[in-house]
Design a binder for this molecule. Structure first.
Ligand SMILES: Cc1ncc(COP(=O)(O)O)c(C=O)c1O
Length: 400
């Protein structure tokens, strides 16, 4: 019987982080216990539960029958709370109005909506390499191409501006930044952002997309919103509840549009049409996010203290293992060590062998870029030090 082919765009979609779950599940089905350091889901570990005031607000919304569709752009009090949050960011806010904010089902949906609204066939999007996979695998769905600009590992994963300039042209519609970065944990310095904006100012077709979903994991206090520094270039900020508010299963994110020269009128119209077409983001979860933004954030201090301790532990353990090296990441909850001395064919085989022998699951760096991520592994440091200790003991013995 003739099989129906999957569309050309979707046939290219890859998501390395979850692809490795298949061999891990096979081992689990054979009765093995796997230590999973692969997925950036804070709720996968008992260490960081969703704060109770958020749960209460969600439950209250359910009990009060707030179970219908919400307005397509999101409930107004949440849009307004997000605008306040963007306006009052400690290191630099921007003049965000509630009408600039659109609530989506996670940043993942926001990306699809943005790409669908911006990209013509043969347009390009520049994305950092290493990259978060949807920035590379989604554009082909819209017959567009993602091109990576290099982050320099030997310079704390800063942007290689020569490489970026070589790759920018008038077909680049979007330039994406992930700040703090997944998978490297780097944070852009103010002068890097200013330099980037200055370069983009020569390209009138280009809009910056700044994914700031890890901005609450800003351990050196350097994080600055890109929108706050742009006077001409449109900047679209993406953020949500998945990481900084420990509720990824609620599927809430947002798009916030800073458009100082009113260049995005038509695109914004397209974004709004798509949002109306897909009806709404989950309603009760929006009430949960509202509580997160309007009630005290004091609980975060303890969470971040714990995370910093875990990060420092990982740096120490990694640099103590022959054949691995890493610099201290400044943010997010990932560490991306280099495999200096890989006895296997490549980083993916390294990860698979480590899984097979020691039952610990990491993600291979080439899943985040075959050019700029290979010969690395990404480790999530959300689990408790006791679990990390076991994992690193196993990694040390594996490297021997
Ligand atoms: C950089 C980045 N953006 C977006 C997402 C997904 O966000 P959401 O859960 O809001 O769809 C992730 C998840 O790991 C991420 O690392």
């Amino acid at each position: 019987m003739t099989k129906i082919p999957v569309s050309r765009g979707v046939s290219k979609v890859e998501y390395a982080i979850r692809d490795l779950v298949l061999p891990a599940t096979k081992l689990e089905n054979q009765g093995h216990k796997i230590i999973k350091l692969n997925i950036g889901d804070p709720l996968a570990y008992p260490n960081f539960p969703t704060p109770p005031h958020m749960l209460n607000a969600y439950i209250e919304a359910l009990n009060n029958q707030k179970n219908g569709y919400s307005p397509s752009y999101g409930i107004e009090p949440l849009r307004s709370a997000i605008a306040n949050f963007e306006k009052n960011q400690k290191n630099g806010g921007w003049n965000c109005k509630s009408s600039d904010v659109y609530i989506t089902s996670g940043v993942s949906e926001a990306l699809l909506i943005l790409f669908a609204s911006f990209l013509f066939p043969d347009d390009k999007i520049l994305t950092p390499g290493p990259f978060y996979p949807p920035y590379v695998s989604y554009p082909p769905i819209f017959q567009s191409t993602a091109i990576q600009y290099r982050l320099k590992e030997d310079d704390n994963w800063k942007i290689d501006f020569d490489d970026l300039k070589n790759k920018l042209d008038n077909n680049v519609k979007l330039l994406s930044i992930i700040n703090p970065n997944n998978p490297t944990g780097s944070i852009l310095e103010k002068n890097e952002i200013l330099q980037l904006i200055e370069i983009v100012e020569d390209y009138p077709n280009c809009t910056i997309v700044s994914d700031e979903i890890y901005n609450k994991f800003n351990f050196t206090n350097e994080h600055i919103s890109v929108a706050s520094l742009s006077k001409k270039i449109p900047v679209i900020t993406l953020n949500g509840i998945s990481k900084g508010y420990f509720a990824p299963g609620w599927r809430i994110g947002y798009i916030a549009i800073h458009d100082p020269k009113n260049k995005l009128e038509y695109v914004r119209d397209g974004i709004e049409k798509l949002l109306r077409g897909r009806l709404s983001a989950p309603t009760p979860a929006q009430h949960g996010f509202l509580a997160a933004l309007t009630e005290s954030d004091q609980w975060r201090e303890e969470y971040n203290k714990k995370l910093i301790k875990q990060r420092n532990y990982c740096v120490e353990r990694i640099n103590d293992i022959n054949g691995l090296s890493v610099k201290k990441p400044k943010g997010a909850f990932y560490i991306f060590p280099k495999i200096e001395d890989n006895p296997y064919k490549n980083d993916k085989e390294f990860v698979l062998k480590f899984l097979e022998q020691e039952k610990v699951l990491l993600v291979h760096g080439s899943g985040f870029s075959k050019d700029y991520g290979k010969e690395h592994v990404r480790i999530v440091y959300l689990p408790d030090i006791k679990i990390l200790e076991i994992a690193f003991d196993k990694l040390k013995s594996f490297m021997k």
